[in-house]
Design a protein around this ligand. Structure first.
Ligand code: ADP
Length: 478
């Protein structure tokens, strides 16, 4: 049995902004079936009502970040794993923002990381510390700074998005107990006043992963930040892409409480019945969103953060395609970027009285689940996509993905087998038309696309097994 601590900012459903939260909780849950697992997250005031009931322990301790500080760690029993929430008692103001991500993220996440590292020291022994994304990227450097202690667990660092790196002044990192040697690994050559949390985490970790094999190859060649790319290439022998999987007990159209009508793979042998169940969900969604279009025409959805990465222009083209071809289009999304949010709010005002086009600008998990079940197709036109979970969830809900062939989308959406793909901008319209053609003219082929998607094995247990192999390999090196 391996003793594993996962440290991240998101843990679904307690704190979730996107796929990071889904991945951390599904990985931890699967690992906890056979290993000792604890997940450490920061405490935000608005998560208190979502925390588990059963408190296992409460510890108050000091940590160092911009001077000596006080924190409290409350551990809960969360199914088979321990969930620990760390509250920065003397730096509470850092976590008082209404949303998880804000402008001062480096400062607040470094403060949390400093407290989490101190918590780790006090709670040895542990074999593996698994860190997710740049937010907690200072932790491997802090652990390696303590070379005189016998606390030297192996660190695994997972890159969930290579574009978000945590660039800041070196002074911010120097506010912790990081040693000058380790700080050097975070400092950029281009500007010695600047540090890059992802760069340091890559340099100080014992193994690095990202969330799909194709994305791993893409970022090894990504020259947007040449210095970082070089650092990653230097570590290529201890770097790999492991495809994310979804928790099939949480994303299950047979039991999902949000759905009007339940169905499962078993109905694949009775396609008319499966269609009927999906139609019931479509009817309920149309009623909720006041869509007056016939349920016999196809419904295309998009469920996404509205950020450049996600292919905003393509989303608008998909909407135009639905308008021109008279089928239903439902977009559910939000943006942290005020201008983008405004752009889509303007579009919303124009289209929301139409019979078949809806734009819903909010984060709404229940509506998202209903839409996965009701839609016939989902469009995921990302410019780049580390893994992407929406195509995996959609497939499980019998909804056919139409995706840009990049990163994890290219690894999971297989053209004409379980979905449709395109690469160039000008191809999106053609690909949507191709999908409509199959939908209307080749129903048997459409049923096969659904069947391949619903039975595909993109589940969290295979992902967890890959991570266990890495943990075991590292533990044997101890
Ligand atoms: P990313 O992590 O880049 O946002 P992923 O595809 O990996 O993208 O994961 C997105 C997750 O967030 C999925 O679980 C999806 O259902 C959910 N999601 C995205 N936008 C919304 C929204 N507006 N409301 C509800 N869920 C959303």
């Amino acid at each position: 049995m391996i003793r594993i601590i996962q440290i991240a900012i998101e843990f679904a459903p307690i704190i979730k902004v996107g796929g990071l939260g889904d991945m951390v909780s599904s990985l931890a849950k699967n690992l906890s079936k056979h290993h000792q697992v604890e997940v450490v997250i920061p405490y935000f005031p608005y998560i208190s009502m979502h925390l588990p009931q059963q408190v296992l322990s409460k510890k108050t301790f000091s940590y160092f970040f911009l001077g000596k500080q006080e924190a409290t760690a409350v551990s809960y029993q969360n199914d088979q794993l321990i969930l620990t929430c760390i509250e920065l008692v003397s730096q509470q103001e850092l976590f008082n923002s209404p949303s998880v991500y804000t402008k001062d993220d480096v400062l607040k996440f470094c403060a949390f990381s400093a407290a989490a590292t101190e918590y780790l020291y006090q709670n040895k022994p542990v074999d593996i510390i698994h860190l997710h994304d740049w937010h907690v990227g200072i932790i491997p450097g802090l652990i390696k700074s303590q070379s005189l202690t016998n606390f030297q667990p192996k660190c695994v660092f997972t890159i969930h998005n290579f574009d978000y790196q945590g660039v800041c002044n070196t002074q911010t990192l120097a506010a912790s107990t990081i040693s000058p040697d380790q700080l050097q690994k975070y400092t950029t050559q281009q500007d010695p006043q600047k540090a890059n949390l992802m760069q340091g985490a890559i340099a100080c970790s014992d193994y690095i992963t990202t969330v799909s094999p194709s994305y791993a190859q893409e970022i090894l060649k990504n020259t947007k930040n040449k210095e970082l790319q070089k650092k990653l290439c230097e570590k290529s022998t201890i770097f790999s892409g492991i495809l994310n999987g979804i928790d099939t007990t949480i994303w299950d159209p047979e039991t999902d409480p949000a759905l009007e009508s339940h169905y499962s793979q078993q109905l694949l042998s009775q396609p008319q019945l499966l269609k009927k169940q999906k139609h019931r969900n479509k009817q309920a969604l149309y009623h909720q969103l006041n869509i007056s279009h016939s349920i016999n025409s196809p419904c295309l959805c998009i469920i996404s953060r509205l950020e450049e990465q996600k292919g905003l222009q393509f989303m608008k083209w998909a909407m135009l395609h639905a308008m021109e071809n008279n089928y239903t289009f439902v977009l559910i999304g939000t943006s942290l970027n005020h201008d983008i949010q405004q752009q889509f709010a303007n579009l919303q005002t124009v289209v929301n009285h139409s019979p078949n086009i809806r734009i819903i600008l909010k984060y709404d998990e229940t509506l998202a689940r209903r839409t996965y079940a009701a839609a016939d197709m989902i469009c995921i036109p990302s410019l780049f996509e580390p893994c992407g979970l929406t195509q995996l969830i959609a497939m499980r809900y019998g909804t056919v993905p139409i995706a840009r062939a990049t990163g994890g989308l290219a690894d999971t959406v297989i053209p004409k087998v379980n979905g449709f793909t395109f690469s160039q901008a000008q191809e999106i319209s053609h690909t949507l038309s191709e999908a409509l053609h199959v939908y209307f003219n080749h129903p048997k082929q459409w049923e096969l696309l659904i069947a391949h998607g619903m039975t595909a094995l993109f589940d969290a247990s295979s992902m967890a097994q890959h991570y266990v192999d890495i943990y075991q390999q590292l533990s044997s090196l101890c």
